[in-house]
Design a protein around this ligand. Structure first.
Ligand code: PLP
Length: 492
């Protein structure tokens, strides 16, 4: 078992009496926090019940008079307890997280100081830059600069705006009407690419979905064909977005071959590594990311496989210049430094939290080697689950796991393909209601399946073993219902 980050036990007795000042309020908050961390080890169903009185209070009007801080804090915790929280060790749906305690402390600290990043902020800018360099070094990407953003969606959009200004100079001033820019991604790319293309004003029809091979990876030959065809028809290719770790199956596009095509065609290559690229730091998976260093930009979500809380993504860019070309502004009321430029001239946001502090503090406290070990352990968990699926007569593996995502289905003899689709869909809902193992359904190659994604550093091998136990227990119960009254159930 890995040396996973642990939290201190909750203090018995719950929150202290009503706070009278700042220290009491903080003390109360810390008690709530430790209690929350304790509760993360317990299973939780999809829709935890919320107290009816609390639900009533949530419909209440704007309070005019001061309230009792402790009561407000208790209500805040009540709401959070009744909401979906992905930091549990067996929350395996979507792309979850670990919720490292260092990230919580860093968030609270940066909120307390509330430094102003909308102008040159001094030491905080240096910390931001150091964190960018560290994450670039961690994944093996030669970034000249970068930025922390709120998420993979914003990082992808920021990259696309930089690529747009390079391919269609002056687009930010004149707009793109009539300029016929195109963007390329695989058929399996995340929907954030579609939204980024829309937000960049290129229009959704500018997006070309390149076909994938049998392992769900972009086909470079098809990409080449699409680029040549579009150029001949008068389009201007703006960017190719390769995915390093697709959300659905964890497929990594062949980055070196895609970079060859982009080099030949002189098109910006952005790698959406929001989920997967952190695995480039491991010995086990590094080879999958060959060619990453040739990308013009890369998205890394620290709030996915680097264990941090949401709102912590990094956009890395290989050369200095394109970000400034896309976002620089000369304002008269707020002087910008000439040399280095104000960081705000290299990104879209003005006021923003010091997001980098979460990653910086976590890397300082735990060290990069520990992160590598943690990521390796989640890769092992995916391999372990895939082995178990292969060895179990009631399950079938839909595709070999590449990173830490496993897609499989519960198989009931006597059900045809569409019967199995419906059965697995019901099984996911039953598992979510049960709460011991929380996963989501997915459709892979037209078949509905159970999908798990291992990125939580607190998941254990024993936990992984319970996945199939719970799925089979609930799946067989559903199958018995299905067959009740008609025919004999195959396992009886
Ligand atoms: C590959 C990929 N890109 C982008 C995103 C969007 O990231 P975010 O939710 O941080 O905006 C996701 C989210 O799961 C993703 O998996």
């Amino acid at each position: 078992m890995i040396d996973a980050p642990r939290h201190k036990a909750a203090s018995p007795g719950g929150p202290s009496s009503a706070p009278s000042g700042r220290a009491d309020l903080l003390d109360d908050l810390c008690r709530h926090l430790t209690a929350a961390w304790e509760s993360f080890d317990r299973p939780r169903a999809r829709e935890p019940r919320m107290d009816a009185d609390l639900a009533d209070r949530l419909r209440g009007a704007l309070p005019g008079a001061p309230g009792v801080p402790r009561e407000a804090l208790d209500d805040a915790v009540g709401v959070l307890e009744a909401s979906m929280s992905p930091s549990r060790p067996l929350f395996l749906a979507y792309v979850p997280s670990t919720g490292l305690e260092t990230g919580v402390i860093a968030s609270a600290l940066s909120a307390a100081y509330d430094v102003n990043l909308a102008s040159a902020a001094g030491a905080a800018d240096l910390l931001d830059e150091q964190a960018v360099r560290w994450v670039a070094e961690f994944v093996g990407y030669p970034a000249a600069e970068g930025h922390f953003t709120s998420g993979g969606q914003t990082s992808n959009l920021t990259a696309l705006l930089a690529a747009r200004e390079q391919a269609l100079p002056g687009a930010r001033e004149q707009g793109v009407t009539g300029r016929r820019g195109t963007v390329y991604c695989s058929a399996e790319a995340h929907h954030s690419v579609v939204r980024a293309v829309e937000a960049a004003g290129l229009g959704r029809r500018a997006l070309r979905r390149v076909p994938v091979d049998e392992r769900h990876r972009m086909r470079p030959d098809e990409l080449q064909r699409a680029l040549v065809r579009d150029r001949a028809a008068g389009f201007t290719p703006v960017a190719v977005v390769a995915t390093a770790g697709t959300t659905l199956t964890g497929a990594v596009d062949p980055l070196a071959a895609v970079a060859d095509v982009c080099g030949r065609e002189e098109v910006w290559l952005h790698v959406d590594g929001a989920y997967g690229v952190s695995a480039a730091a491991t010995r086990r998976a590094a080879h999958l990311f060959d060619g990453l260093d040739r990308a013009d930009s890369v998205t890394v979500d620290a709030h996915k496989w680097l264990g941090l809380q949401k709102g912590c993504s990094v956009l890395l860019v290989r050369r200095r210049g394109p970000l400034r070309a896309a976002f620089g502004h000369e304002e008269h009321y707020m002087p910008h430094e000439e040399d280095t430029g104000n960081p705000v001239d290299r990104t879209f946001e003005y006021s923003r939290p010091l997001r980098s502090l979460r990653l910086w503090l976590s890397l300082r406290v735990h060290g990069a080697d520990r992160f590598r070990t943690w990521i390796e352990s989640t890769l092992s968990h995916a391999a372990l689950l895939a082995d178990e699926v292969r060895g179990h007569s009631s399950f079938s593996l839909l595709c070999e796991p590449v990173l830490s995502t496993v897609c499989f289905r519960h198989v009931v003899p006597g059900l045809d393909d569409s019967g199995l689709d419906a059965h697995n869909d019901r099984l996911v809902r039953a598992m979510q209601a049960d709460g011991r193992v929380f996963l989501a359904s997915a459709v892979v190659d037209g078949r509905t399946c159970l999908r798990t994604c291992f990125v939580n550093f607190r998941t254990t091998s024993d936990g992984v073993r319970t996945v199939l136990e719970v799925a089979d227990e609930l799946g067989m119960a559903l199958a018995r219902e299905t067959f009740a009254g008609g025919g004999v159930h195959p396992r009886k």
